[in-house]
Write a protein that binds this ligand. Structure first.
Ligand SMILES: [Fe+2]
Ligand SMILES: [Fe+2]
Length: 191
């Protein structure tokens, strides 16, 4: 199978190749550190709420792409696998942050797992255009949510993670928009 190279996505005038950015960055052992010892009770509550929301929404994002995928070796499926991998990394990012802060994930995260599955399956049933539009819509929601949560008072390491993931969501929007604009072909198989 040939790798896709050189396809370009536009982001604020900057060019980017679809396969040239890291979708699962490495984490070194010494980057795992306890956080939040000096948080005031109110601030701790807000931090927990935000991290739980981010973790749950990333679980939803993984499932949207996972359930949109089918078994064909197409360009669209290749992009969906990459996005699914990237969202799984985001899920890990916030799971780690929750435990570093001495917190636990939301008890209701299964609900977001189901919502992701529903969005994925329904849009897959409606076809590639609906899948791509669902991607753009949910990623735009994610970008708005991340941007809002960045206004909280984060430690530098957690802020860097949120900013990295926000930039990834923006890349997902660009990828789905690009495929919508250039037209997705049913026989766009990878040789
Ligand atoms: Fe994400
Ligand atoms: Fe995303």
């Amino acid at each position: 199978m040939t790798r896709l190279v050189g396809r370009e996505y536009m982001n604020n005038g900057q060019e980017n190749t679809s396969d040239s950015y890291v979708i699962r960055p490495q984490v070194l052992r010494n980057e795992i550190m306890f956080q939040g010892q000096s948080l005031a009770p109110g601030q701790r509550k807000r931090t927990q709420k935000a991290l739980r929301a981010l973790h749950s929404l990333e679980i939803m994002a993984v499932n949207i792409y996972r359930f949109q995928l089918n078994r064909q070796q197409t360009l669209l499926n290749q992009e969906l696998i990459a996005a699914m991998c990237n969202e799984a990394t985001h899920t890990q990012d916030f799971l780690v942050k929750l435990y570093e802060y001495g917190m636990r994930p939301s008890k209701f995260r299964w609900f977001w797992w189901l919502v992701g599955m529903a969005f994925g399956l329904i849009s897959r049933f409606l076809g590639p255009k609906a899948m791509l539009k669902t991607g753009v819509w949910t990623e735009n929601k994610a970008v708005a949510h991340y941007t809002e949560l960045l206004t909280l008072d984060w430690d530098p390491a957690t802020r860097a993670v949120i900013e990295k993931d926000l930039a990834d969501e923006q890349k997902h929007i660009n990828t789905w928009k690009h495929l919508l604009e250039t037209g997705w072909k049913k026989n766009d198989k990878i040789e």
